[in-house]
Every structure is written in structure tokens, then in C-alpha cells.
Design a binder for this molecule. Structure first.
Ligand code: GTP
Ligand code: MG
Length: 574
């Protein structure tokens, strides 16, 4: 029996990530601060280190980020900028805590002051531009443009521009092929794709800029990012999912006892959904007409979860603004928590998401595809099935919750423990290579026709309905998060799982070779199952399809030789 170990160690395991998610400053950035502008506060490591050592809860991390964003501005600037002069100019308004440059349709700087008064002072000295032949909407946002008269001298060092987009698949493949083991490849993949400290800051800043628009109507509102921006599984280039949180408006400060009370007169809507739609439609219009940098605004109000979609050009982010969506925020917290418990969780999720994207199992266009959210839940479920389990069930996370963790949203009990140190994990020493191989075997053989995936119980359950793929919604337990997936997409997923499991068993794919992708990189080559050719695959003698599939099935010991097609038809005849 595997020994149990109290997870004080969890704190150490999670530190790397918390570091990135809480005010992490890169050493070179810190160095640049001290040497560039005298008035810029020398950023010491204490904020970062403290935040990490305190092992903050998900909510505390989000709050710190949000507050940091409120003290920040986004400035369009010349690309050949004299960084010292720029910082000296801005620091007249107060101490600068942090800054970085990046490129997106031009050069931009994110500048974080140490106090919000600096923002007010900066705005005081900023002008509304006089535009020729057009008229300006006089909305004073924190998206600014730096006017730099005359040409800049070229003998000052150029600032370092931080990359905000992921490398191409061929670059990733090349990088991975240089590694010495599949475990190293998966770790490298996570490091290459994960959101950087700067990218997360920029995401929170975009939410904060949008809040300034919505705040004109609802001053107490907050716009919070959720989904992959905060759940620790986001990759560079992923969208920014936002929630317009109006909960602060409902909070009352009224003291009981006097007998008298006042109420606001309000307009009424037919339902909560109708009110959400109406609020989002007005904010969508403001974003479209007054929001600098916001383009392509679409009101998608008839969706199950009404939203406003737009592109924020200065950051390059695609944004989805929803309202009244607290369960989704809780799901993000849950995934974040699972990602913190063991580093293998994030490595496996990043690899499976990347593999799925390359083979068009997932797509950025809505449709019958499996979503990244569903895939992540599938990885969590797989890790709950290991012997001993790598992840606890959701029911266990609920049992460990304290009184302050109690959370009921629209009648759904969404309680989970927030203090990670209360979670005890069993010792499991599986390598990433083994986990990846067995993930593909697990889902290559999963009885999708009759069983559902349930991370609350950590066990397969009987499918309550005949949809192709049933993954129980973690918190709204009567819902299926993969209802959209059709039998064809599921069959493709299963076929690719089988093929990938088979490929990982082939000796030639397990040995590092200089001239072709190997290990995980070999799985990123277009596949037979994904409908693309195999021309680019490693120079392997192709077997006829029949014997290739036979090998595949033999190697996976599929129960009773049942094929995916059969499973599909059994499914549809129910
Ligand atoms: P990306 O593909 O990287 O954007 O991943 P993501 O996790 O952000 O997924 P997405 O943008 O599709 O959805 C954002 C969040 O909404 C998810 O993380 C979930 O918390 C939630 N979500 C997405 N799909 C569903 C669903 O079908 N049901 C429920 N309840 N929540 C969902
Ligand atoms: Mg998303």
C-alpha cells in the first residue's frame, strides 16, 4: 500500500507556479529597474517571495492581481524608445513598481505604479487628442499614447520586448526533439506554452480597462478574468474570458433596528437571463463606441451563456465578456487547485491540450468539438483513476472545506477546500511518460457508450443520457459539459488516442534522433486518424492500413475487440 504523506510539501511544489501568478518579477526586469530611472523604486524580491511563501488562496491571488492592474496603465510608444527617459518622465507621477514592453500592432508598455494616486496625477496631465477631419469621444481611459517629439537618438539600448504569442508547432517540435526524455519534453512544453508573468498582468489590465467602461453604469462592478487566464492551464494566445461581477451592488450596508428602510427604485426584467442580456447589450454598445482599442464587438446574447465578444487590439487578446457566471469562476478555481496539487497535472494537461489542438480535436470555433475545459476534466479524471490516485475526488475536496469555504451558487453546492495544506496525497511515482502513454490507452478503451466521466466521485458512472460523450459538470451536476460533442468527433478522439498510444510504444519513437521528431514530438505530426497524410511522419515503412490497425488493437488489448464504430452504433441505437 502506498504511504500517505501530509502535504506540507504541496506548498513547495506549488511555489514555482504561485511565483508566476503572484507579482513575479524576472531577475533581469528587476535589474533594469534599478539601473534605469532613479525615482523608480528598486523592486526587491520580497513581494514575490512573500506571496509565494504564504501560499495564498486562489481568491487572494486574484485580488492582488486585480489591485495591481488598477494601478497600471497601457501606453502605446515608439519602438525605438529611450527607456530611461520614458521611466523618468512617468515617475514624476509616482513610484513605478514594474514595467515591461511588448509588440502588438505596434510597441506598448505596461507600467504599474505603486499607488493609484499616480494614475490620477498622470491622467491630469494627459490630453484628449485633437483629431483632424474626425471627432474624438472624450473618454479618459488608461490606454494612452506617448508623443515623443523629434527623432530619437539611436545610441541608447533598445528595451527588451516580451513575447506574447506561442511558438509555432514546428518550433515546438524542434525544441522537444532536442530533449533527452519524454518527461523532459513534457516539462519543456509547459514552460514554452504557459502564460508568462507579463501576459497574465496584461490580461488583468485589459479586464481593469474594461471595468472603467462598465463602471460608468455600475460603479461597484468588477470585471474578473476566469477560464484559462487564471486556472493555470492557459497557453500564450488563449482568449480572455471575463465575468462582469455585480455582486458588490447587492451587498447592503443598511443597519437593522430603526424600522425604516429605503430601497432603490429599479427597472424590472422578465427573468435574470433577460436582465443579464440587457446589461450586456448596453455594455457591449459602450465597448464598441467608447472603448479605445476594442474592435469587432459582437453581442452574442442568445447563447446559453450570453456574452459580448470583441478583440482588444493593443493587447492582441480575443475577449469574451459574460455576466452572472459565478459557477464558471468556481470551476476555474477548482482546476487551479488541481493544477497546484502535483506538477504532473499541468504537464499532462498542457501536452494533451497541445496534442488535441494539433490534430483538430479542439478548435477555436464553436461546434461539435471537445473543448479544452472538457479535456482538462478528462485528465483530472484519469489522474483520479491511478493506483494510487494522483488527484483527490471533488467530494473529498468538499469534505476538507472549512466553514469559510462554504459556497452555494444558484442552488448548487460549489464548496471546495481553499487551503491546500489540508489536502493529503498518496504517494504515486508514475513518470510523465507512463502517464501520457496510459492516458491514451485509458481513453482509447473507455466505454463511452455506457459510462460517464465524473470527477466528483472519481469513478465512471452510468450515462444518464445518450449523448456521445458525457462528462458531468463538476458543480451543476445535472449538466453535461460535453453535450456538444457528436459521435464523429468522439470517434476521432478515440482513434487518435489509440494511434498515439501505439506510436509511443514504437521503439523508433522512444529514441532520441537528430533528424526527426521523437517521443511526444512524434505525436504532433499529422496523423492518419486526423485525416491528414502521414508523409511527414518519421521515415517509417508504412504498413497496410489493416495490419496497422490490427497492431494497434493488439497492442492495446481492446476488450473483446470491440471497435469504436461498434461503440458508436450501439450508442445511437439506445
Ligand atoms: P481555452 O480554450 O484555453 O480558452 O480554455 P478555457 O478553459 O478558458 O475554456 P473556454 O474559454 O472555452 O471556457 C472558459 C471557462 O468557462 C472554462 O474554463 C470553464 O470554467 C467554463 N466552461 C467552458 N465550457 C463550459 C461548459 O460546457 N460548462 C460549464 N459549466 N462551464 C464551462
Ligand atoms: Mg478561455
Amino acid at each position: 500500500m502506498a504511504a500517505s504523506s501530509a502535504v506540507c510539501r504541496l506548498r513547495f511544489r506549488g511555489l514555482g507556479l504561485l511565483d508566476r501568478f503572484c507579482f513575479g518579477l524576472e531577475p533581469q526586469t528587476q535589474g533594469r529597474f534599478t539601473s534605469t530611472a532613479s525615482a523608480v523604486k528598486a523592486q526587491t524580491e520580497n513581494t514575490t517571495a512573500k506571496a509565494a511563501k504564504e501560499s495564498k488562496t486562489f481568491q487572494a491571488i486574484q485580488e492582488e492581481r486585480r489591485e495591481q492592474a488598477e494601478r497600471s496603465v497601457l501606453i502605446s510608444c515608439p519602438s525605438k524608445i529611450n527607456e530611461n527617459k520614458f521611466l523618468d518622465y512617468l515617475s514624476k507621477h509616482g513610484t513605478i513598481n514594474n514595467h515591461f514592453f511588448y509588440n502588438s500592432y505596434g510597441a506598448y508598455a505596461v507600467v504599474e505604479f505603486s499607488s493609484r494616486e499616480s494614475i490620477a496625477s498622470l491622467k491630469e496631465s494627459t490630453n484628449i487628442p485633437a483629431v483632424e477631419h474626425e471627432a474624438a469621444v472624450p473618454f479618459k481611459s488608461r490606454l494612452l499614447s506617448l508623443k515623443w517629439p523629434g527623432s530619437q537618438s539611436s545610441n541608447h539600448p533598445m528595451p527588451k520586448f516580451k513575447v506574447q504569442s506561442p511558438p509555432s508547432i514546428s518550433e515546438i517540435s524542434q525544441l522537444l526533439s532536442e530533449k533527452n526524455s519524454i518527461d523532459e519534453q513534457l516539462q519543456c512544453l509547459t514552460e514554452t506554452l504557459e502564460l508568462t508573468e507579463e501576459n497574465v498582468s496584461l490580461r488583468f489590465l485589459v479586464c481593469s480597462l474594461l471595468r472603467d467602461i462598465a463602471g460608468a453604469y455600475f460603479p461597484e462592478c468588477i470585471i474578473r478574468p476566469f477560464g484559462s487566464t487564471v486556472n493555470s492551464f492557459g497557453k500564450l494566445g488563449c482568449d480572455v474570458d471575463m465575468i462582469l461581477d455585480l455582486d458588490g451592488i447587492y451587498a447592503t450596508s443598511q443597519k437593522k433596528g430603526s424600522g425604516l428602510s429605503l430601497e432603490y427604485q429599479v427597472k424590472r426584467g422578465a427573468s435574470e437571463r433577460a436582465v443579464t442580456q440587457s446589461i450586456l447589450s448596453v455594455i457591449g454598445k459602450c465597448v464598441d463606441q467608447f472603448g479605445p482599442g476594442c474592435v469587432g464587438v459582437q453581442n452574442i446574447l442568445q447563447a446559453r451563456c450570453p456574452l459580448v465578444r470583441f478583440s482588444h487590439q493593443p493587447s492582441g487578446f480575443q475577449c469574451d465578456l459574460t455576466a452572472n457566471n459565478r459557477v464558471a469562476m468556481k470551476s476555474s478555481e477548482l482546476l487551479f487547485l488541481y493544477g497546484q496539487l502535483d506538477p504532473r497535472v499541468r504537464h499532462l494537461v498542457f501536452s494533451v491540450r497541445c496534442w488535441a489542438r494539433v490534430h483538430s480535436i479542439t478548435s477555436s470555433i464553436p461546434g461539435a468539438w471537445i473543448t479544452n475545459f472538457s479535456l482538462t476534466v478528462m485528465v483530472v479524471f484519469f489522474l483520479q483513476q491511478r493506483g494510487p490516485p494522483i488527484l483527490p475526488t471533488l467530494d473529498r475536496l468538499k469534505e476538507l472545506a472549512g466553514p469559510s469555504d462554504k459556497c452555494v451558487i444558484e442552488g448548487n453546492d460549489c464548496t471546495i477546500v481553499s487551503d491546500l495544506s489540508k489536502i493529503t496525497l498518496q504517494q504515486n511515482t508514475d513518470t510523465l511518460e507512463k502517464l501520457l502513454q496510459e492516458f491514451f490507452e485509458f481513453y482509447g478503451n473507455f466505454p463511452f457508450n455506457k459510462a460517464s466521466i465524473n470527477i466528483r466521485k472519481g469513478k465512471e458512472q452510468t450515462k444518464p443520457e445518450t449523448t456521445a460523450l458525457y462528462i458531468q459538470n463538476p458543480f451543476e451536476t445535472t449538466l453535461n459539459i460535453s453535450k456538444n460533442v457528436n459521435a464523429t468527433q468522439l470517434e476521432r478522439f478515440v482513434a487518435l488516442c489509440r494511434e498515439s498510444a501505439w506510436l509511443l510504444q514504437q521503439k523508433e519513437n522512444l529514441n532520441q534522433s537528430s533528424d526527426s521528431p521523437w517521443g511526444f514530438a512524434a505525436l504532433l505530426v499529422p496523423s492518419v486518424s486526423s485525416g491528414a497524410g502521414v508523409k511527414n511522419r518519421r521515415k517509417r515503412k508504412l504498413e497496410p492500413a489493416s495490419s496497422r490497425i490490427k497492431n494497434l488493437l493488439d497492442s492495446l488489448k481492446i476488450k473483446g475487440g470491440e471497435t469504436v464504430a461498434k461503440k458508436g452504433s450501439a450508442n445511437s441505437s439506445r
